[in-house]
Ligand binder design. Structure first.
Ligand code: CU
Length: 161
């Protein structure tokens, strides 16, 4: 009888001792998870725009499409019209995308960013957007392509004025 009592007591004490550790490790996991998810949401807020090949060159969009971008004239102070053409891999023009761009000076964050502006589709099937270059220096255009509301491509073009 006594032996039974002590072994039960022993088991209870051991489980009580272990409880805080168990709780801690679970909390630790939860904290880690919330750190991970906040890192993920930060990554979503600050998307990466890989540098694209230069104007006039083919820029792959996934494995089935490519784009070619350019300007009506070499960008200088004033307004430059950016043109984006999207093709299927077979070379047929595809106008089923939504194209946006944000222009600004990376060295002067917050000074002249235009925010995402939507390109307008011309009758020829070119995506066009006027970009105002308001200051000499280094500029960056950040291009975003969407299909059915989902971002499927991001890329950037850097140039000096
Ligand atoms: Cu500036």
């Amino acid at each position: 009888m006594k032996k039974w009592f002590f072994s039960t007591l022993f088991a209870v004490v051991i489980s009580l001792l272990c409880l805080p550790f168990y709780g801690e490790s679970q909390q630790g996991q939860k904290a880690k998870q919330s750190v991970e998810s906040s890192t993920a949401s930060r990554a979503e807020q600050m998307p990466v725009y890989p540098s694209m090949a230069g104007p006039g060159k083919k820029v792959p969009i996934g494995s089935d499409h490519y784009l070619i971008y350019g300007f009506d004239k070499k960008p200088k102070l004033g307004t430059a019209i950016m043109k984006v053409e999207i093709f299927t891999k077979e070379g047929k023009k595809d106008t089923s995308f939504e194209v946006k761009a944000d222009a600004g000076m990376p060295s002067m964050k917050g000074a002249h960013e235009t925010g995402d502006q939507a390109f307008k589709l011309s009758k020829k099937g070119d995506y066009l957007l006027p970009i105002d270059i308001v200051m000499p220096g280094g500029w960056e255009i950040r291009l975003t392509l969407l299909k059915e509301g989902k971002v499927i491509f991001r890329g950037s073009h850097q140039f000096d004025v």
